[in-house]
Design a protein. Structure first.
Length: 421
């Protein structure tokens, strides 16, 4: 017997129905926002991810050498690939470029519920739009996707990295270290870095800052804490809130959270994380923000905003909220009574399928009562009993599996009868 690699999953039919439901809610929403689908490779050159996130990310990657000795890695997310594609080809498209994609991503992490080594993501990017409208559009799309799934417990936490960059009097490399400590809420590390940088007095306001979250009043508190530095960021977040209201995003669905840092170097402005508060430790279902990444990949400076949502966690959130009904069932299960009726039964089956119904037939040669047991277990809405006597009158038996009620129906009206019900 072989075992699955650690951190991977097999998804059975009921699981896949849920995953497809979540993905299709996302695709529907993204399409309705005017995004278009693209696809990039599952693996890329290792350098691409190192360029985006720094060599530290290599620890988290599934990296390998191919037979030609090339250093490659399975994608840990989509943004780097999309930006590579943008710089190479998509930049000739009219701006803003609005694209989406979805599929598996891979990270070498300690597996637990909601945290896997292979997991599903959906992702959108707006490249080359103005910052405020693009940020609002991406946030509205992320919340809209959760609505489309049927989720009601939604909490976006919105911050701004610009205020911290304005406040921290350090060069980019040291700034990155301090931001990393703040991102991880690792205060011993923060103290250590600030001591090294000979600015220990910054520790206290920074710790108080990242603890601030709530409605727009926290923006004033944050402004006071930073002594007027980074004021544009707070004005910006107020303007963003006004835009979100116009999109119909309810104030109950988001808060300002000065602790959302997302420590990666290329984030420049608004940053956000999305939670499904019903979930346990792994309640973060998405994250995103504004950045200028194209430059890192050799393109011209251009604003981008993106978000990635995790499919696995959206499914868990939908399960927690009881969004999913019973698994999707087949509409009709055709039961030939005796081998002499099989050809006619297959013709009836084929007509039902052509009419757009989900229809199946006995492939084992079971007797009628065993077949009804099977139809029941398979969750068929109807069983179609095809007997010689009824066929002489061009009729079949139509049995409602839930009620057990059975009646004769002309073959020509069968699809309509099933659809009507
Ligand atoms: P990130 O790029 O880390 O912000 O991830 C975006 C979203 O992908 C997260 O909010 C999660 O929903 C999902 N995600 C990230 N890593 C994992 C993982 N190891 N397992 C399952 N979902 C993940």
């Amino acid at each position: 017997m072989f075992e699955r690699p650690r951190g991977t999953n097999d998804w059975g039919p009921d699981d896949m129905a849920k995953r497809r439901f979540v993905e299709s809610a996302f695709v529907r929403t993204a399409e309705s926002f005017g995004f278009r689908e693209i696809q990039t490779p599952l693996f890329e050159s290792l350098d691409l991810f190192a360029a985006k996130s720094g060599p530290g990310v290599v620890e988290e990657l599934y990296a390998f050498k191919d037979k030609g000795g090339r250093d490659l890695a399975l994608r840990p997310e989509f943004t780097a690939s999309i930006l590579r594609f943008y710089v190479a080809e998509l930049r000739s498209l009219p701006k803003p470029v609005k694209v989406y994609c979805y599929g598996p991503a891979f990270r070498y992490e300690e597996p637990q519920k909601g945290r896997y080594r292979e997991f599903g993501q959906v992702d959108v990017e707006i490249i080359g739009g103005a910052t405020l409208p693009s940020d609002a559009e991406v946030l509205a799309l992320a919340v809209g996707t959760m609505h489309a799934i049927g989720l009601t417990a939604i909490r976006a936490r919105i911050g701004h990295i610009g205020m911290l960059r304005a406040y921290l009097p350090f060069g980019p490399a040291d700034q990155a270290k301090v931001l990393h400590a703040l991102d991880k809420k690792n205060f011993p590390m923060l103290d250590e870095e600030l001591a090294r940088l000979q600015r220990p007095e910054l520790a206290d306001p920074l710790k108080r800052l990242v603890a601030l979250h709530g409605d727009a009043s926290v923006l004033d508190q944050a402004k006071d804490l930073l002594g007027g530095k980074g004021a544009e960021a707070f004005d910006y977040l107020r303007a963003l809130a006004a835009q979100l209201a116009a999109y119909g995003v309810s104030p109950a669905e988001y808060e300002f959270d000065m602790g959302v840092v997302r420590g990666l170097d290329y984030y420049t402005g608004m940053v956000f994380e999305l939670d499904s508060p019903n979930l346990g430790a792994e309640k973060q279902v998405g994250g995103g923000g504004a950045y200028t990444l194209a430059e890192v990949f050799g393109g011209e400076p251009v604003f981008q905003t993106g978000v990635a949502l995790g499919v696995d966690r959206l499914v868990l959130a939908a399960e927690a909220e009881g969004v999913f009904g019973p698994p999707q069932r087949i509409d009709a299960y055709v039961v030939p009574i005796g081998e002499s009726t099989r050809s006619r039964a297959v013709e009836i089956l084929t007509a039902l399928r052509a009419a757009g119904l989900r229809a199946d037939i006995d492939l084992v040669g079971r007797g009628p009562s065993k077949n009804l047991d099977y139809a029941n277990a398979a969750g068929a809405r109807y069983a179609i009993l095809v007997g010689e006597r009824e066929l002489k009158a061009e009729k079949v038996g139509l049995r409602n599996m839930a009620s057990g009620e059975q009646r004769e129906v002309p073959v020509g009206l069968l699809a309509e009868e099933i659809r009507k019900a």
